[in-house]
Design a protein around this ligand. Structure first.
Ligand code: ADP
Length: 378
C-alpha cells in the first residue's frame, strides 16, 4: 500500500507537493482551511488546524503529518505526538520557527551568527536598544508575521507604540523583537533537507531579491559566490538542521553583509519560496525532497541540474480579467519558461504563481524568466 502523507494547510506549498507525490507513488492528503484552496486537487478535508480533534481525526488515516505553514498551535502538535502520530518537523523544532524571539534565543545557544537583538517589553527598553545601535533598528512582532508584515524600521521608540499596546491586550503577554538594522549587500537563502534518521542534503546557496518585503526573484546559485561563501552557508544550514532536530526541508534566510559576513535572518521548516527554482533547476525538487524526508526515505541529490536557474514570482495586480489568456501568451512567447500556477484568485500583491527558467547563460535565463513573468504585470 502507498505511504500516506498528510499536509496541514491547503496553500500553494501543499499544492506543489501533489505532482511529486504522484510521481513517487505517495498518497497525499490535505487538511485545508477552506473549500477550493490551492491544494484542493489532492484528497482534501476541510477543517480548523487550531482544533486538536479535527487534526487528530485527519491524522488517523496517514503515516506522517507535515505542514504547509508554521501556525499549528503547540497544544495541537502535542496532542498528535501523544496519540502516537509521526509529526515532521516535530513540535520542538517547529516551535523555533513559530516565534522569532525563541528563534533568536536558540540560534544564540547554537552559536549561529545573527544580528544584535533584544526582546523588549516597552518603549524604554526599545529606546535603550536604539541608543546603543545608532538610533535606528528593526522591530518585529515575534509571531504570525509573513512577507514583511510585522517588520518595521524605527528611529524612535514611539514608532512601535501600537504594537506594544497590542501586546498589553494579548493574554499571552510577551515582548517584541528588536534587531540591529543590518547593512547587507544582499539576501541569500540556504536550504537543507534532513530526515529523522539523520541523513542531510544541502542545496546550493541562492540569492533572493525582495520588493516591498515580498520575495520577487531568486537566482540559483547566488552569483559571484565564492567557494568559501557556499561552505559557510552550508555549514550554517546543517548546524541549524541538526542543532534543532529539523526534519523535512529547512530554509535559512541570510544577510550577506558589506564586510562579507553571513547573518541568519529567519528560518522556515517546510518548502520555501526561495526553493521553487528546484522544480526545474535541481536534480530533486524541494517538494519531492520534503516528502522523502518526512517519510524517512533516502534523500535525492540536491545539486543543480543546470548552471543557472532563475525564479520570478507572479503577484496578482489590479488588472481585471482571467489569468488564463496571460498564461497562454507567456508560454507561447517563452517556451523555455516553466509557468507554475497556484489556482488562486489574483488579488493585488498576492502570490498567484511563479516562472522558472534554467540554462547555461545567466543573462538569457534571467531575461526569459522576467519577460515571461511580465505578462502578468498590471
Ligand atoms: P517576514 O517574516 O515577514 O518574512 P523578515 O524577518 O524575513 O520578515 O523580514 C522581512 C525583510 O525585512 C527581510 O527580507 C529584510 O529585507 C528586511 N529585514 C528584516 N530584518 C532586518 C534587519 N535586522 N536589518 C535589515 N533589514 C531587515
Amino acid at each position: 500500500m502507498a505511504l500516506r502523507v498528510g499536509v496541514v494547510g491547503g496553500g500553494q506549498l501543499a499544492r506543489m507537493m501533489i505532482a511529486p507525490a504522484v510521481e513517487v507513488g505517495v498518497e497525499l492528503r490535505v487538511l485545508a482551511e477552506d473549500e477550493g484552496m490551492s491544494a484542493a486537487l489532492a484528497a482534501t478535508a476541510v477543517g480548523d488546524y487550531r482544533d486538536a480533534e479535527t487534526v487528530l481525526a485527519f491524522a488517523r488515516d496517514v503515516d506522517v503529518v507535515t505542514f504547509d505553514h508554521e501556525h499549528v498551535p503547540q497544544e495541537v502538535l502535542a496532542a498528535l505526538v501523544a496519540a502516537g502520530v509521526a509529526v515532521h518537523p516535530g513540535p520542538s523544532a517547529l516551535g523555533v520557527a513559530q516565534d522569532k524571539i525563541v528563534m533568536r534565543t536558540r540560534l544564540a545557544e547554537l552559536g549561529m551568527p545573527q544580528p544584535d537583538w533584544a526582546a523588549v517589553t516597552g518603549p524604554s527598553d526599545l529606546q535603550t536598544f536604539l541608543d546603543a545601535h545608532g538610533g535606528r533598528a528593526v522591530v518585529k512582532t515575534p509571531r504570525g508575521g509573513y512577507d514583511g508584515k510585522g517588520v518595521r524600521i524605527v528611529s524612535a521608540a514611539t514608532e512601535a507604540d501600537d504594537w506594544f499596546a497590542a501586546l498589553a491586550e494579548d493574554a499571552r503577554g510577551g515582548a517584541l523583537l528588536v534587531e540591529e538594522l543590518v547593512d547587507f549587500s544582499r539576501e541569500l537563502a540556504q536550504q537543507v533537507a534532513r530526515r529523522p534518521s539523520g541523513e542531510v542534503r544541502v542545496y546550493p546557496v541562492v540569492e533572493t531579491i525582495q520588493r516591498d518585503g515580498v520575495c520577487a526573484e531568486v537566482i540559483a546559485p547566488a552569483p559571484h559566490a565564492s567557494e568559501r561563501l557556499h561552505e559557510v552557508a552550508a555549514q550554517i544550514g546543517v548546524a541549524i538542521a541538526e542543532g534543532l532536530g529539523v526534519t523535512g526541508m529547512l530554509a535559512v534566510e541570510l544577510f550577506e553583509t558589506t564586510d562579507e559576513r553571513l547573518l541568519v535572518n529567519e528560518l522556515a521548516m517546510r518548502p520555501h519560496n526561495s526553493g521553487h527554482w528546484t522544480q526545474d533547476g535541481a536534480v530533486t525538487s524541494q517538494f519531492e525532497q520534503h516528502l522523502r524526508a518526512v517519510l524517512d526515505l533516502p534523500l535525492g541529490d540536491a545539486s543543480s541540474s543546470a548552471p543557472w536557474a532563475v525564479m520570478v514570482n507572479i503577484l496578482g495586480g489590479p488588472a481585471v480579467g482571467s489569468l488564463d489568456a496571460r498564461f497562454a501568451a507567456a508560454m507561447s512567447e517563452h517556451p523555455t519558461a516553466k509557468v507554475h500556477t497556484y489556482g488562486k484568485a489574483p488579488r493585488p500583491g498576492r502570490k498567484v504563481g511563479h516562472v522558472n527558467v534554467s540554462g547555461a547563460d545567466l543573462d538569457d535565463v534571467a531575461y526569459q524568466a522576467r519577460a515571461a513573468a511580465s505578462f502578468f504585470d498590471g
